[in-house]
Design a protein around this ligand. Structure first.
Ligand SMILES: N=c1c2ncn([C@@H]3O[C@H](COP(=O)(O)OP(=O)(O)OP(=O)(O)O)[C@@H](O)[C@H]3O)c2ncn1[C@@H]1O[C@H](COP(=O)(O)O)[C@@H](O)[C@H]1O
Length: 108
């Protein structure tokens, strides 16, 4: 089972890359290229994720989804946001749907 703190840990690394040397860090090089380049990568990775799903290849789908999540985290960081805010929004929706209560009672 993967450690679900990885998103926050990765977000900390992404934050630390702000102002880092672009020649030694992929993330810093993407920050240096600016928002449009980050958005282009997010779009590409989303397309590659769709293709992986259409190909019916689970391993490729996991790999491409990781690329998509990673580049989305870079986008959030560049915009001064982080995964905590997205997770809080998902948690809020989960609570609104009533599933949270049912899950805690073990009756889905
Ligand atoms: N998770 C990743 C990660 N996933 C993908 N990539 C890089 O993202 C780039 C683009 O990925 P693609 O799949 O699109 O590869 P590509 O199409 O061949 O590359 P492009 O020509 O499109 O740039 C590649 O150079 C990958 O190495 C990543 N680079 C870094 N990380 C994490 O980010 C941390 C900080 O990285 P640095 O800033 O490089 O130190 C690392 O410790 C890792 O944990």
């Amino acid at each position: 089972m993967a450690d679900d703190r990885i998103l926050e840990q990765l977000a900390q690394v992404l934050e630390s890359r702000k102002g880092a040397d672009a020649s030694s860090s992929y993330v810093a090089s993407l920050y240096a290229k600016g928002l449009d380049s980050i958005l282009k990568k997010v779009g590409e990775e989303a397309t590659e994720t769709v293709v992986a799903a259409k190909n019916g290849d689970p391993e490729q789908l996991i790999y491409e989804t990781a690329d998509l999540w990673f580049h989305t985290l870079i986008l959030l960081a560049q915009q001064g946001l982080g995964p905590g805010q997205v997770l809080a929004e998902l948690e809020r929706r989960f609570g609104l749907s009533g599933l949270e209560e049912k899950a805690s009672r073990g009756t889905r």
